[in-house]
Design a protein around this ligand. Sequence first.
Ligand code: ADP
Ligand code: ASP
Ligand code: MG
Length: 602
Amino acid sequence: MALVVQKYGGTSVGTVARIKAVAQRVAKTVQQGNSLVVVVSAMGKSTDTLVGLAQEISPNPCRREMDMLLSTGEQVSIALLSMALQELGQPAISLTGAQVGIVTEAEHSRARILEINTARLKKHLDEGKVVVVAGFQGVSNGEELEITTLGRGGSDTSAVALAASLQAERCEIYTDVPGILTTDPRIVPEAQLMDEITADEMLELASLGASVLHPRAVEIARNFGITLVVLSSWSDAPGTRVTSPSPKPRSLSGLEIAKAVDGVEIDTNQAKVALLRIPDRPGVAAKLFGEISRNNVDIDLIIQSVHEFNTNDIAFTVVEDVLNQAEAVSEALAPSLRSQPTATEEAEVIVDRQIAKVAISGAGMIGRPGIAAKMFKTLADAGVNIQMISTSEVKVSCVIHQDECDRASQVLCEAFDIDSSSLPVSSASIPSQVPPVRGVALDRNQARLAILHVPDRPGMAAQIFGLLAEKNISVDTIIQSQRCRVINDIPTRDIAFTVAQGDAEIARNAISELAKTINCGEIIVDTAIAKVSIVGAGMIGCPGIAAKFFSALAKENINIQMITTSEIKISCVVAETEGVKALTVVHQAFDLAGKDKIHVPA
Ligand code: ADP
Ligand code: ASP
Ligand code: MG
């Protein structure tokens, strides 16, 4: 008899009729000879309704009371589903997170699961009952047994954590779309279903705005090698499999807080090209990377920083062998990129062979801002200056001077308890059938902060991002400008990054305080931005992907405000008003759109 964990989201249990339909499906799965744990979300939009009630009372309610309030939503749906099952003659029992023994940290509204005591669950399963578990909630591990929640969308994480703890045969996430699609069908109805996606790709997509799976659920599935499937609760279609490599054995205790960093990577075979003072207008990145890809040169990191006046800087790294070609293309293009007919400054190309890339990687860094901060602090303490930073949810890469690579790798391995550093993934290890771009995502919930004129010396990133980590603010897309401005004899650079909109003011206030001691300039906040990203493991070693992305935006006259990349994703920040158009055209440019429209229940 196989043990299966099924999870049903809000829309799937949104009405009594839907709950009855779910009960039918559950009963059928049991009749097929399976033993079943069912995790459910709150009915329909009821969590949003509860949030609305709280906001009518307080603009900033305390997080403990929010957990008390929001956890009630799931308690309604577990009881109703259990009744519906009993009505069908299927023995069932509903349990809250605390009753199940889902033990979490005492961090209200964003608790991580520490362990699940499965004894009671197993007892009820042995009695032949379906156990219906409230998703999204747990109980704190301290003396005072406090109700905690895992963060919005967290029922997926409850389900996958249960599957890991029970060593279930598979975890099925039932939702209101047929599976994981090339993008959100509510924005682009031509989105297409994929049969499978790697956990690494899904981690990026989920954290870049594809709300179909909670990123932490994907992280647990990847870490424990759980068979994870996303499918529709309206049909019997097979949905999408999220595939994971065979995991290293790991303990179930400290489930979500185990080792955050799995590896330290170094790459000395890199060179940097930076174009300074190029015009801040649509089409420039497309032209540059279009030329480069026509020369068949593969780019690794790309970074475009905040603009100063009306110019931008773009920097990218390539393997050393092709540096000459990349430089030649950039030099040839630079004169035509004069910012304005009247401008006195002309675009300038800077090349640096003496660089190396060091990166830390690991799914455990999701939502833990302290990890990137620790990397910067470790490098600063070793006197290593960071020239470029590029982040993704599962990786932080820093470009440093080549001579400092060995030292950087050694201190990072020590700090993160890694035996030895490794080389980055090469395109040779990517199966050839993997498409270069698997899916695209839009995140409209971001704000951009720029700190101008930060002194260019080791330790600045460590201080800034250490402070934000203390405030529990997750930072995405960190960019240091290439351009160096000397202010009062001190060389300075600008640092820009994005955070969730809700954290923007807290971040601004925290940094304003710090700015007084580190002597940096103005802090600029822009909340009217959107981030459009493309994700695919197949883009490694496949020239021209960035160029295609940028030229799709240029054709629509959409200006790119920031660019960051990791091996398997490219993100562009654009004006918020252009987000949906940008997503639609990029989806089309990579031939991801199909003829049939996806039907999404209201
Ligand atoms: P549930 O309540 O079942 O957890 P969610 O609303 O959390 O449902 O997630 C499903 C929704 O995710 C879909 O209705 C869709 O609008 C959105 N979505 C965003 N990106 C994607 C994507 N790439 N594939 C499928 N759905 C997506
Ligand atoms: N009900 C919670 C929410 O709306 C958890 C979930 O649905 O996964 O965020
Ligand atoms: Mg969800």
